[in-house]
Ligand binder design. Structure first.
Ligand SMILES: *Cc1c(COP(=O)(O)O)cnc(C)c1O
Length: 369
């Protein structure tokens, strides 16, 4: 099997004469068809050649089926719908991506939701044994960058007969392979690092189970949570350079994390590559620890807001994984309950580290003496 950096370039190759190098954007909602409608493209809610080029490439990265959805949350919703055919109980980390927890809470008539502290593995084990349950894992988590053991959680899930699904958005398939570590499905917001250019909102589920893939396809067609062909094309264009981008971002993010950890105005830094999570992260991530880190400013919420407004390069904005560095005070979102008042989440782009360090130094001065 070739390297992932080769597969993202060649995963959807067609060497026949006259075939275009980039997948064409097929903007048609309707396709010519008569007779058996399952034989080719018929209608744009059930299939489109541009999504399929993206799916083929995403799938080739993990030797699996990939299904693309209109957003990361749409992908999660469809995955939960597919799993709800068998399971009525859902276990999530209490620091999972906040909109995902808000969604799960609203699905209370569909699932009994348990939000647990995943650092307490005995508690996760006990919850899994209580009743048939979906084990939803996110690692590293957004925005606390906690690292949970895929191997140990997979063993607990297997012993309890629970399907493990992993939100792999922060690491991406370039750094971490949940399907090789016992997950039945990996979930992605492609909006973040995977597409990497902050120009598209999309999601995906990747699975090696033929049955789950077929169910997801049915649910997607019924919910209509499909990708637009132009968005799929942009995501595929971004995906081609994912391994390059994430290697550079990981290297710079590690240097930024070390710089911040030594800074007098910073209380602590969360980054999978340093501190207490580093040993575990090294066993299940390879090629780097990703672009995302968070740190707590030694100061108030106002101080943190001033720091964020004082950068000249790092863009004050939400989201992460783009080519451009960005940051936000995470608790400005009322429903973001995992972040303290002065926690800043920083996404490192592909800029030069020295320029970013100077920008960080300048901005941190704005916190006051
Ligand atoms: C952003 C994000 C999502 C949701 O994805 P959207 O594309 O915004 O719908 C899910 N999980 C994680 C970890 C995220 O960061």
């Amino acid at each position: 099997m070739s390297d992932l950096s080769t597969r993202v370039v060649h995963g959807d190759d067609d060497h026949s004469p006259g075939s275009p190098i980039t997948a064409p954007i097929v903007a048609s909602a309707v396709f010519t068809s008569a007779g058996d409608p399952t034989e080719s493209y018929v209608y744009g809610r059930s299939g489109n050649p541009t999504w399929e080029a993206l799916e083929t490439t995403l799938g080739s990265m993990e030797e699996a089926h990939a299904l693309v959805f209109s957003s990361g949350l749409a992908a999660a919703m469809n995955l939960l719908l597919a799993l709800s055919e068998e399971f009525r109980r859902l276990l999530m980390p209490n620091d999972a991506y906040f909109h995902l927890r808000l969604l799960a809470r609203r699905l209370r008539r569909m699932f009994e939701l348990v939000e647990a502290d995943y650092e307490d593995e005995a508690c996760v084990d006990a919850e899994l044994r209580r009743a048939p349950t979906i084990l939803w894992v996110e690692t590293p988590t957004n925005p606390l960058l906690r690292v949970y053991s895929l191997k140990r959680f997979a063993a607990l899930a297997q012993a309890a007969g629970a399907p493990m699904v992993v939100d792999n958005t922060t690491a991406t398939a370039a750094l971490q392979r949940p399907l090789d570590n016992g997950a039945v499905a990996a979930h992605y917001s492609l909006t973040k690092s995977t597409s990497g250019h902050a120009d598209v909102v999309l999601g995906a589920v990747v699975t090696r189970s033929d049955e789950l893939a077929a169910r997801l396809q049915t649910w997607r067609s019924l919910t209509g949570a499909i990708a637009g062909p132009f968005e799929a094309w942009l995501a595929l264009r971004g995906l081609r350079t994912l391994p390059l981008r994430i290697a550079r971002q990981s290297e710079t993010a590690l240097a930024a994390a070390e710089f911040l950890a030594a800074h007098p105005r910073v209380r602590f830094v969360n980054y999978p590559g340093i501190g207490r999570s580093a040993e575990l992260a090294r066993t299940q991530m390879s090629g780097g620890f990703g672009p995302l880190l968070s740190f707590e400013l030694d100061g108030s919420a106002d101080d943190a807001d001033r720091v964020i407004r004082s950068s000249l390069l790092i863009r004050p904005s939400t989201s992460f994984g783009g080519y451009e560095s960005s940051w936000e005070r995470r608790a400005r979102w009322a429903s973001e309950t995992s972040a303290s008042e002065s926690l800043i989440r920083l996404s490192i782009g592909i800029e030069d580290f020295d320029d970013l360090r100077d920008d960080l130094e300048r901005a941190l001065k704005a916190a006051g003496p």
